[in-house]
Structures are given as C-alpha cells and as structure tokens.
Write a protein that binds this ligand. Structure first.
Ligand SMILES: O=C[C@H](O)COP(=O)(O)O
Length: 277
C-alpha cells in the first residue's frame, strides 16, 4: 500500500507525528561497560523490556559490550537502540582485533560511544584519535556520543575550559558538516563523578553544559548549538536524574552503574520532563 493509502486507512504514522512534536528528544544512554555474561545480559534485557513505557520525548540507547551486541539486537525492545562502546578508526582490512564502524552498522547497531574517559586513560586515546573515529563512525551511518570531561585535579586547577573546550571539543572543530553534527551528541562526564557516587550538582553540570553549547555556537554554528544534545554522565541515578534533567542545557544522560537496573527506565528515562511546545 502507498504511504498515502496507509495514511487514509490508518491515520498518520505515530513515529512521524512524534518527530514533529518532539524534534529534540532527551537522549538517555546506558553504558554497560565491560560487564555481563550471556546469562546476566539476557536477564538485564528482560528487565529493561518489562520496565514500563519510555516517554515519547525520550530516546533510549544502551552501550553493549561487543560480544553481546548480536544477542541484544535480537532480543531488546524495539524502542531501545543499541550502541557499541568503541569502534576502529579504520575501515575493513588487515587490522587484527579491530571492530570497524561499517561492521557495526551492518549488524544493526545505530550508535557508538567514543572518547570515554576510561579509554582516554587506559588506552591513551587522544582527542585527535577520537575525532578520527567519530568521522569513521559517521561515514558508516552511525550516530556518536562523544565523551568529554575533566579530572578532579584539572577542575581544581581551573582547567575545565582548557580540557573540555580547547582539547576535547577543539579536536572536533572544522571536521564535520552541520548534517554530520545532527548525528553527534556530546556526553559531559566529569571524571571525578564516574562510578564514585559523587554526582556533579545540577548547577555544576549546567555550567559546563552551557559552556559546551557556547563553544558549539562559536565554533560550529548557532543552529548546531541549539540542536545538539548534551548528556550528563557521572553517578546519575533515579534519585538525582530529575534535578539534572530539569536544567536547560542538560539534554540527557550517559549512565553506567544504574543502566544495569530497571531504574534506568523507571527512574531516569521516566524523569525527563516533557518539553514545552
Ligand atoms: O559512561 C558512563 C559513565 O562513565 C558514568 O558511569 P556511572 O554512572 O557508573 O558513574
């Protein structure tokens, strides 16, 4: 049946109506990190599948360890997308151990998390490499959550802007078109708040998110600055999500520990306030 025929028979496609109604959805990402057996992943998928509705103004993505991606893609509810936690800067070829972005896209993965502080620290990933991987991912049709954030020492030394804006964001400057930027989200993750139970206060997070948006306006374009989703990550959970998500420049979260529980949907995704039209 033609699209017009379907429209007449069933009315407008709800997904299309939603995209007009909520053009900038909150982005709630889970990062399962290096966790999960076949059994525990199946159990987690079941938990998320039965955790209740996701508001139509929220997009939910889970970052799955590569070896579990195939199973999760087959079993997770259709309103949760799957992200990889890294991809190669290369394409197909003689690159033993690498996972090329087109392979992820071919499997049905739609997102990739890049530049997480754990990889910047443990795998010594530079901001330049993160930018190159971002380009490879976009070229393969993936969307990207690029992680940025300062350590406690850097914060205390007054270097938040130098690290987050000049280095982490700076490496992205001039590399992507506005169309490509539409597939990039920035996850602000202060390193001192990751897995420590110490969340940035909504005001601390809002300050840095506003600076990132200002950087985007000055260095990319005002339209990209307005449209880009800036997520907060660092000990985010059901209890602190409402306060964080109420801030004007916090457009979602990237959640580690709490993404392994039903609370990821019931406490965090459900806490995103409906955008006013
Ligand atoms: O990518 C997620 C972040 O590292 C946050 O992890 P966390 O929620 O366990 O602090």
């Amino acid at each position: 049946m033609s699209t017009w025929g379907k429209y007449l028979a069933y009315g407008p496609d709800p997904a299309v109506v939603e995209s007009y109604k909520y053009p900038k959805k909150y982005l709630i990402g889970g990062n399962w990190k290096c966790n999960g057996t076949k059994e525990s992943v199946a159990k987690l998928v079941k938990t998320l599948n039965s955790a209740g509705p996701i508001p139509p103004w929220v997009e939910v993505v889970v970052g799955v360890p590569a070896i579990h991606i195939g199973d999760v893609l087959k079993t997770i509810r259709k309103d949760i997308s799957v992200a990889a936690q890294d991809c190669s800067a290369t394409g197909y070829g003689a690159f033993t151990g690498e996972l090329a972005a087109p392979m992820l896209a071919d499997f049905g993965v739609s997102w990739v998390i890049l530049g997480h502080s754990e990889r910047r620290t443990n795998q010594k990933e530079s901001s330049e490499l993160v930018a190159t991987k971002t380009k490879a991912a976009l070229d393969a049709g993936l969307s990207v959550m690029v992680c940025v954030g300062e350590t406690l020492e850097e914060r205390e030394a007054g270097k938040i802007d130098a690290v987050v804006l000049d280095d982490h964001m700076g490496a992205l400057k001039g590399k992507f078109s506005d169309v490509e930027w539409a597939k990039i989200a920035i996850a602000y993750e202060p390193v001192w708040a990751i897995g420590t139970g110490k969340t940035a206060s909504p005001e601390q997070a809002q300050d840095v998110h506003a600076s990132i948006r200002g950087w985007l306006a000055a260095n990319v374009s005002p339209a990209v600055a307005a449209a880009t989703r800036i997520q907060y990550g660092g000990s985010m959970k059901g209890a602190n999500a409402p306060g964080l998500l109420a801030k004007p420049d916090i457009d979602g979260g990237l959640i580690g520990g709490a993404s392994l529980k039903a609370e990821f949907i019931t406490g965090i995704a459900a806490a995103a306030p409906e955008p006013s039209l």
